[in-house]
Design a protein. Structure first.
Length: 401
């Protein structure tokens, strides 16, 4: 939405540098950090600071408005989005001053965002009502906001059911600025837990591919293009994981989440027909999305670590039991294995040398042998998979079958 860009310009105008001012109080410091993130379109990084301040100052309508704005921008379908914007809308003022740290009123754009949020949550009548309030007091010549809110309203009216509620993003590593703790180094990256109607990998820190190649997608229409989303993950998975399905495309959004979609239809009813067929094949959690959404589907994933995401695996698959790994020096406990275990094999991969035992054609056999190795005293032994001699994840090996 281009409106965020306009609001961010206003925030930048009122932006006070956040480092080097010893007299800044905690509110000013945290608020300026949030504004800096917003000015760089780092919405998810701004949210925890705004939420922290909102807890401290629950009567500040401007904070409520900015949080609601962020949720609507990220298209987070949740009752809290509406609660924040509705509450903030009671303090609308044409004299709103974005440059003042003491400003607790909100601008007229709160009605615009209310219209968007209502549309996202399939409350079309309320969306139209909020839009009309916005139009009555909107005094600029630019028609973009008028047309954009109408597009959202049209999408709302085309929905056949109310979308499921999303999970709100959480920030387990967030630490607000406090005057008792002067931060001399760059803040560490926040870990963001965020789900959007689909499960994400359970690992807290999933392995990030070294190189993801994408290409930008630009459609010739501003109207929605409907597809069926199969899943979304923080890690890239081969499209072959979606069994019994073809024509799966992968898109990376602005937060790094990879979304897997089939179809680009002009009519919602066409996507509904495909959705029913996909759900009948076991993908019950699939749902319809607008692939013409620039934030979520603008970057088409082509390859990961120089491997085409649609490439199929081929060759010899084998399973082994890994019993040790070391760099230059062999640990003393590892040396003892050479006297106790028959069939040890060494393989250097990167800076590590890995010790394995056994060579099996299927995972079940390898798992049974792993139990024997553990009983022999090597408690941290585990099964690994290799394809043509190269180590791959067990999930990839499962997909290969």
């Amino acid at each position: 939405m281009r409106i965020l860009h306009t609001i961010l310009i206003a925030l930048i105008i009122g932006f006070i540098p956040i480092y080097g001012f010893a007299t800044e109080d905690d509110f000013q410091k945290n608020f300026n950090i949030a504004k800096k993130h917003l000015s760089q379109r780092e919405i998810l990084k701004a949210i925890p600071y705004l939420e922290y301040l909102n807890q401290k100052y629950p009567s500040n309508a401007n904070l409520q408005y900015l949080i609601g704005l962020c949720y609507a921008e990220k298209e987070i379908v949740h009752p809290k989005t509406l609660q924040l914007l509705e509450k903030a809308s009671k303090r609308v003022s044409l004299e709103y001053n974005p440059n003042s740290l003491k400003e607790e009123r909100v601008p007229i754009y709160v009605y615009y965002y209310l219209s968007i949020a209502y549309s996202q949550q399939h409350e079309c009548d309320k969306a139209e009502e909020a839009r009309n309030k916005f139009l009555k007091i909107y005094y600029h010549e630019d028609n973009y906001y008028i047309e954009e809110s109408m597009l959202w309203l049209k999408r709302c009216k085309k929905m056949t059911k109310t979308p499921a509620s999303d999970s709100l993003p959480t920030f387990p590593d967030f630490e607000p600025y406090t005057s008792k703790k002067i931060q001399k180094t760059k803040p560490k990256e926040q870990r963001i837990n965020y789900s959007k109607n689909e499960p994400l990998p359970k690992s807290v820190a999933p392995k990030t591919p070294q190189k993801i190649i994408t290409k930008s997608i630009e459609y010739t229409t501003d109207y929605p293009l409907y597809g069926v989303q199969l899943g979304a993950f923080h890690e890239v998975v081969p499209v072959s994981r979606f069994k019994a399905l073809k024509n799966v495309d992968a898109f990376m959004d602005t937060t790094g989440v990879i979304r897997y979609v089939i179809g680009h239809f002009s009519y919602y009813s066409q996507a509904e027909s495909l959705l029913k067929a996909i759900q009948s094949k076991g993908y019950e959690d699939a749902f319809i999305v607008d692939v013409n959404n620039a934030r979520k589907f603008a970057e088409y994933v082509i390859s990961v670590d120089n491997v085409n995401i649609k490439a199929t695996l081929s060759g010899k698959l084998s399973y082994h039991i890994q019993v040790g790994a070391f760099k230059r020096e062999i640990p003393s406990q590892t040396i003892e294995m050479y006297f106790d275990i028959e069939g040890l094999k060494e393989r250097k991969e990167g800076v590590f040398t890995y010790l394995t035992v056994g060579d099996f054609k299927n995972y079940e056999e390898a798992k049974e042998y792993e139990k024997e190795v553990v009983r022999s005293g090597i408690r941290d032994a585990f099964v690994i998979a290799r394809l043509n001699g190269k180590k791959i994840s067990l999930q990839t090996a499962k997909d290969y079958k």
